[in-house]
Structure formats: structure tokens, C-alpha cells
Design a protein around this ligand. Structure first.
Ligand code: UGA
Length: 433
């Protein structure tokens, strides 16, 4: 099929490449000319495992192209995916401006029947709203259908998820649009749930809010584990072996971040308020997460009354391993708290982008873990990068003034730290006295 995807961000780019790989003819429309040039030259604009090869493969097969020409791209397409950004407004509501802007532009280019697909995460009721805009803009009803098709891919595992995901959700109204979407997705061989647009839209928020709640739940239990001397890994293992619960998303730490969970939990709370359905559980998940992400600072302050001029090393800045994304990363909140209290910060992240260097120019950035540790007084592990498991504890003992590690992702062993007389604090796996 001829497919147009509007937006070459995370979701837009992965979606475009997935459809191109499956034999469709894809045009991805993007305003940022630098991004277009880079992608047309086979250079990915985000870090994602396997993305480079897939991009080059699709370009070589001429299955995909990147352009800023929305008009021509929409006109030649059977299906138009909207994958533009839907950031949070200050009150938690979703900012739909980019979606509306796209719809207004698409309205001018409907030369024959097309399916317009909401791929971006949008509030419940958006499918109807988008439809109303198209009608208001004078597009005849028989020339389009609007479908809701939320995305469930994880950053870092996006290519795996797009080809081997658990489910595809399609919210539709007309049988014609259902049939075409079925044809498009059938080759992926992933179970498809066909439902109403409102249900599809709510599934996305429900998934992300539930997973966020699972993380905040296990984090509260982990905090108790440290107080009563229980082991969180064993608690989580036993809990997860119950088939009704599953072992996934029970990893304790300094909270969830990224562009989705923080935004979508707030989005669901705001939708709930609109419909007089307050989401007390989701609100609690958010408030637990807000406290959890700065727990390392609380631990530091319980050890030292004053951290002014102390040098603290942060290992990991991204919101999780496998990505270069720092959006809503717990490390940013830790940085803010440390700087507020006059601490000096050393930082090392294997993927750190220039973006954070611009936001925090006063942090000392290092190219190696050991470099960042030298001369510092305490280490905080913020991200679950595998290489942090191999930290040389003898080097830490010899070079970190207070030999103090706060392990926000439970990467290390309490016993190994004890053996070397290193002060160590984990999230639910114990600490040294
Ligand atoms: C999340 C969902 O997992 C995807 O299904 C969804 O499509 C995506 O949001 C989205 O809405 O676009 P993502 O934000 O890429 O994906 O990252 P996750 O792997 O879900 O991790 C989110 C955060 O939770 C990370 O900060 C991670 O460190 C944390 N986490 C995850 C935990 O603290 N514990 C866990 O057990 C799992």
C-alpha cells in the first residue's frame, strides 16, 4: 500500500520503517530539514538497536523516503498515519496542537478515499474530534475514515516490539477501514484487537498507567524491604511467578521516567477529572514515583548534613539503558536536588547526548566510568546500563573518598561491598550499617 507517516520522531520513524520492511511504499513527512537529510542519507536520528541496518535496507529497496512535502505525500497515499508529538501541558492535559495542525493540512489534500490513523497517544474522544475537524474543513464524509491505532513499543526494544509485539489495537467505525487496516497488519502475524475508537484510545492509557502503578507498587515494597531486612528480588520473583501477575515490570529502582509513563499517567488523571472519575490509584503511583526518583538524595542527606562542595558521581543519565533519551529521567531530578544544595557533579553515561550538556553545562562529563569516579565522594547509579555491574570495587575503595555507593538500580552486590568496607545502599536489597 501507499502509506504516509507524518512525524519522524520515535514512533513515526519506527512505524514508517516497519511498514516499508513489510513491502509497502512509505513516505515519512517531517518538518525538520536536518532530520530529513540525515534519514535520507541513511543516518538514524535516534539511537535504537538495529535501526541503522533497517533504515539502509529500506532506503536501498526504495521502500521509504523522507520529505517535508506533506501535500504530495498525502495525495498519493491510501493511509495517512499521524505520529506527531503530543507533549503534556503544565496541567497534565495533552497538547494536541501538532495533531490539529496536521489534520488541517491533511484536509486540503484529500483527493480520494483515505484512512487517517491516530498513532500518537491522544486523549479519549480524539478520533471523533479529528473526524469533526475534517468535516468542518469541508472534506466529504465518504472520502475518509479516522482510525485509532495506538503504539505499544518500548524505546531500546522498538524494532523487536514492532515486529513481534503482543498485540495490535485498532479502533474503527466503518467496515471498509477495518478491512484495509486488517490487510496492512495481517503480515505482521500479531494478534489484532478490533474495537471502537474510544476503547482503543483508552487501552493505551490503561496499559501505561497500569505498568507505572506496578513499578510504584514494587518500589514501595522495596523501600519496606530495606527497613525490615527482607529481599525485594525474592519478593518480586515469588509475586511474579503467580501467572495472574507476571514477572515483568517488577524491577525496583529510583522510579520510572521517559516520554511515556510520566506523560500518560498525568494524561489519564486529567481525562479522569474531565469525566468526574478521579484516578486515586494512578495519582498515588505518580506521587510514589516523584519521591522515589530522589531517594538517593534523601540517603545522602541522612549521611551528611551538608553536601555543599561534595563531589557526587552519577553513573547513568538516560531514563533507562538501551536509549540515549533523557526525557523525564530520574537522574535529572537528582541533578536538580544536588545542584540546589551546592554539590559538585561528575557524570558518566555510555550514551549521553549533547542535549544534557547544554542543559547542565556545569556538570563534569566523563568518557569513562573510572574517570568519573576519581576524586569523588559518593557514587549514585541512576541507570541500569550493564557495564555498571562490572564496576571495579577495589578501584572505588581506593579512589572514592567516602567509598559510598547508592545503587539506584540494584546492579551490585551488598556482600561484595561489605567485603571491601564500602558503604553501600540498594533499593530493597539491603545496605551496610
Ligand atoms: C513504555 C511502554 O513500556 C511501551 O509499551 C509504550 O509503548 C511506551 O511507553 C509508549 O507509550 O510509547 P518506554 O517508555 O520506552 O515504553 O520504556 P519502558 O521500558 O516501559 O520503561 C519505562 C520506565 O520504567 C524506565 O524508566 C524504566 O527504567 C522503568 N522501569 C521499567 C522500572 O523502573 N522497573 C521495571 O520493572 C520496568
Amino acid at each position: 500500500m501507499n502509506i504516509c507517516v507524518i512525524g519522524a520522531g520515535y514512533v513515526g520513524l519506527i512505524t514508517s520503517l516497519a511498514f516499508a520492511k513489510m513491502g509497502n511504499n512509505v513516505t515519512c513527512v517531517e518538518k525538520n530539514i536536518k532530520k530529513i537529510d540525515s534519514l535520507n542519507n541513511g543516518i538514524p536520528t535516534i539511537y535504537e538497536e538495529g535501526l541503522n541496518d533497517l533504515l539502509i535496507d529500506c532506503l536501498e529497496k526504495k521502500a521509504i523516503s523522507f520529505t517535508s512535502e506533506l501535500d504530495a505525500s498525502v495525495k498519493k497515499s491510501d493511509i495517512v498515519f499521524i505520529a506527531v508529538g503530543t507533549p503534556s501541558l503544565d496541567n497534565g492535559e495533552v497538547d494536541m496542537n501538532q495533531v490539529y495542525e496536521s489534520i488541517n493540512e491533511i484536509s486540503k489534500c484529500i483527493n480520494r478515499y483515505k484512512i487517517i490513523v491516530n498513532k500518537s497517544t491522544v486523549p479519549v474522544g480524539s478520533q471523533k474530534y479529528v473526524k469533526d475537524i475534517l468535516i468542518k474543513n469541508g472534506v466529504p464524509c465518504d472520502k475518509f475514515d479516522v482510525v485509532s491505532n495506538p503504539e505499544f513499543l518500548r524505546e531500546g526494544k522498538a524494532l523487536y516490539d514492532v515486529f513481534y509485539g503482543d498485540k495490535i489495537v485498532i479502533g474503527y467505525e466503518s467496515q471498509k477501514s477495518r478491512n484495509i487496516m486488517n490487510l496492512l497488519y495481517k503480515p505482521f502475524n500479531i494478534p489484532i484487537i478490533f474495537t471502537s475508537p474510544e476503547t482503543a484510545e483508552l487501552i493505551k492509557y490503561t496499559s501505561n498507567a497500569f505498568l507505572s502503578t506496578k513499578i510504584s507498587f514494587i518500589n514501595e515494597i522495596a523501600n519496606l524491604c530495606n527497613k525490615v531486612g527482607a529481599d525485594i528480588d525474592t519478593v518480586a520473583l515469588a509475586l511474579g511467578l503467580d501467572k495472574r501477575i507476571s514477572p515483568e515490570f517488577l524491577k525496583p529502582g529510583i522510579g520510572y521516567g521517559g516520554s511515556c509513563f510520566p506523560k500518560d499517567t498525568m494524561g489519564l488523571i486529567s481525562i479522569g477529572e474531565k469525566y468526574d472519575c478521579p484516578f486515586e490509584i494512578v495519582k498515588s503511583a505518580v506521587s510514589v514515583n516523584n519521591k522515589q526518583r530522589v531517594i538517593p538524595v534523601d540517603i545522602l542527606l541522612s549521611e551528611y548534613a551538608d553536601i555543599r562542595d561534595k563531589t557526587i558521581t552519577l553513573l547513568g543519565l538516560t531514563f533507562k539503558s538501551g536509549t540515549d533519551d533523557i526525557r523525564e529521567s530520574p537522574s535529572l531530578y537528582i541533578i536538580e536536588e544536588l545542584l540546589k544544595r551546592g554539590a559538585k557533579i561528575n557524570a558518566y553515561d555510555p550514551m549521553v547526548s549533547d542535549e544534557i550538556k547544554e542543559i547542565y553545562p556545569d556538570i563534569n562529563y566523563f568518557n569513562s566510568m573510572n574517570g568519573s569516579i576519581l576524586e569523588s565522594e559518593c557514587i549514585i547509579i541512576c541507570t541500569d546500563w550493564e557495564e555498571f555491574r562490572d564496576i571495579d570495587l577495589d578501584f572505588v575503595k581506593d579512589n572514592v573518598k567516602e567509598a559510598f555507593i547508592i545503587d539506584g538500580r540494584n546492579m551490585l552486590s551488598l556482600d561484595e561491598a561489605k567485603k571491601r568496607n564500602i558503604k553501600y545502599y540498594s533499593i530493597g536489597k539491603g545496605y551496610t550499617n
